[in-house]
Design a protein around this ligand. Sequence first.
Ligand SMILES: [Zn+2]
Length: 351
Amino acid sequence: MMIVYRFFILLSFFIFSFSLSAETLLHYSLINPKVETLNLVADQFEIVKKTDDGYEVYVLKEKKNQFERLTKKFTLLSNDVNALLKNPQFNNQYKNYDQVLNALTDLIKNWPQYFSEIEYGKSLAGASLKAFIFNPNNLDLKIAKKMLITAATHGDELVTVEVLLEHMKNMIVGYGNDSRLKNALSDKVIYFIPVVSPDSFNRRQRYVEGKDPNRAYPWPSNENSRQRVGVIDQLMTFFEQEKFYSSLDLHAYGEMVMYPWGYTTTAPDAQSKTLFDQAVFEMSRENNYKHGQISTTIYVAKGNSADFYFWKYKTFALAAEIGKEKIPNFSKIPQYVKETKEMFYKYLETF
Ligand SMILES: [Zn+2]
């Protein structure tokens, strides 16, 4: 009996510790794949980058064989993309969800006339899903033009949260002396959701409940058969309620800023395309990020946030992949903030 008991203690310890650490993601480069192979890969795995002679793909360790059966033309670039996150010393430099909320609560205390928060739901583990509202001109939220900036849809893209927090702090604290920001925000309010997926963010995991949250939105022609993710469903409800005029969803990495569609290579309507092209051109003028439509800049990605918001609400919805590496050394954060600042300002000025 004692042995059985000990076994269960040990087993639950392993399950617990496993669930707290980042997934093991293999990083492959796929060399000049045939179209049919590429389509199969794109449907089951995540294409993260287009290169000169092919694509780069993330594959969960559990699905290694499934991937390697599809093609022989690959090279393994990394056995564990998230290896650094399993080193506590490295990992602990990046904030967890409570620390993010604490930093923002301090800002609210110091700038209550500008800055507030709203809870729009709960995660599976019971974390409060929060949006933070920067409304420096005290505009009526029922009629103001609303912009949304989100980060950590993928919980292991920690740098997106740190960079967004820095921008938020700089904008709020510096607002009084920032004539450019004042002009941009004269008729606008910014909503920030610094962590879309708090449970997976705390665990440093990409997937939520085993599913990719940025493939969990409906898209035209596939309204009902998508995989559902709780935090995404709640964000969709919040979006429906707020009807954002524009949105910017931050991911890492790849140095790209993109617009819908992702689910098809067909371009959006001409009028929207003109505005999108102009916006991403301006946004990337200083940092030289690649820019264009999602499906042609990376590859066809179905179920992403930008497609859904643009499709359902005509929102000017963008996605940015920031930086050159997925998990930069923490000391590089100021550099990331610097290289994305103009991109943020241009976004706020354009829409
Ligand atoms: Zn991402």
